[in-house]
Structures are given as C-alpha cells and as structure tokens.
Ligand binder design. Structure first.
Ligand code: CDP
Ligand code: MG
Length: 201
C-alpha cells in the first residue's frame, strides 16, 4: 500500500474561474492546507475530452440525475422529467459548451486525503447551497434554478474529483506520467516526518 501522503487528485479551474481571475486564489487555498502541486497546465479542452471526462465513471449519469431530482424536491421545483438519464443527457450537452468556452487550468494536487480535502474546500455542486468558507460558496452565486431557466450549466468555478477511484482515472485522462513531477517540498517535513528533529540549532 502506498503511504497516504502520496494520494493525488485532479482539480480543473473551469472557464469562469479563469475569467473571474481566481486562479491565484484557488491555488492558494490548496497550498495553504498543505497540499503539493505536482502538475499544472492551461488548455482549451475539446468537446470529446469533456464528454469522456464526465463519463469515465459509468455511474455518473445516474447519480447526477438523481442529485438534481433530490434538489428539486427539497426546493419544491417542478422538473420536465424525473428520469435521471434524460436529465443528465441535457446536463452533459450544456456542460460541454461551458467547459470548452475558454481556457481552463488543470492541476494535480498531492497529499494525505487530498481527494476528500479538496472536495471539502471546493464545496457542493450548487454554489447557492455550498457552505460558506468553500470556494463555490464564497466566490459565486449560481443555482440549479438559474442554470435550468437559462438552459445552461451551473457555473461553479472548479472541478474536483469525487473519489479516490475518480481521481486516478481523471488524472490519467488529463495528464501523461511525464507531465507529473515527483519532488520534495520542505514543508512536508513538518506535516509528515515521524520525528521533528533538525529544527533546533
Ligand atoms: O462538479 P461536481 O462533482 O460537484 O458535480 P457533478 O454532479 O459531477 O456535475 C458536474 C458538473 O456539471 C457540475 O460541476 C456543474 O457544472 C454541472 N451540472 C449542472 O450544470 N447541472 C446539474 N444539475 C448538475 C451538474
Ligand atoms: Mg463530479
């Protein structure tokens, strides 16, 4: 088993995150918690790349559709259909438009519990209901109802892998092994070393 500190996760700053000049702010949040940036690049994704990205997990369509139905029930909203697959087909169509509308910044972050930690800092899918203190909760005001009314995707600044399994598959989808750098960060000593020796002179 790999040491937990070697866990890696994928983060993509979406086109609205780049346009809102939040690249530095977002990177800073992950740096401050102690994660290590091991790969980064800017690109304009192709529609095919985005479709494949979101369908890497065969369960994504069902889960995402069901999440939308649950949110509608909680808010008393009426949906055109409650079929999770029909809902997600539409989401995927607008999501591809959104994600290919401009440059994005793709990154790999490494550290203990990185997938879980990044999701916690990013917040829930819908900015309207994301917790205060999260990136989506603090920096954007979009909602399911706003997005659906205008037939577009929810603008929530950032993508983050949802599970360790998703992280592994998504990193392979966005980066070649050569684009990922293995290196030591001096701050890792204070986070992970067994003995804190070598501090005092
Ligand atoms: O990004 P996250 O894992 O939080 O959410 P997801 O359920 O995997 O959905 C992926 C992306 O699709 C979201 O981040 C939104 O940008 C978009 N989406 C949407 O526009 N409308 C929905 N009802 C659900 C998702
Ligand atoms: Mg997801």
């Amino acid at each position: 088993m790999n040491h937990p500190k070697e866990e890696r996760t994928l983060v993509v700053i979406k086109p609205d995150g780049v346009q809102r000049s939040l690249i530095g702010e977002i990177i800073g949040r992950f740096e401050k918690v102690g994660l290590k940036l091991v790969a980064i690049k800017m690109l304009v994704p192709t529609p095919g790349h985005i479709e494949e990205h979101y369908t890497l997990d065969p369960e994504w369509k069902r889960i995402t559709g069901e999440k939308r139905v649950k949110a509608a029930k909680e808010k008393g909203e009426k949906l055109e259909t409650e079929d999770p697959f029909k809902i997600t087909d539409k989401i995927l169509e607008v999501l591809i438009k959104y994600m290919t509308s401009g440059p994005v910044v793709a990154m790999v972050w490494q550290g203990a519990h990185s997938t879980e930690l990044v999701r916690k800092i990013v917040g829930g899918t819908e900015p309207r209901s994301s917790d205060v203190g999260t990136i989506r909760g603090d920096y954007v005001l979009d909602s399911y109802i706003m997005a659906d009314t205008d037939s577009r995707a929810i603008r929530n600044l950032i993508h983050a892998s949802g599970s360790s399994k998703e992280s592994e598959a998504e990193i392979k989808h966005w980066f070649t092994p050569e684009e990922i750098t293995d290196y030591k960060l001096v701050s890792e000593q204070i986070l992970y070393d067994v003995n804190l020796d070598g501090i005092l002179e």
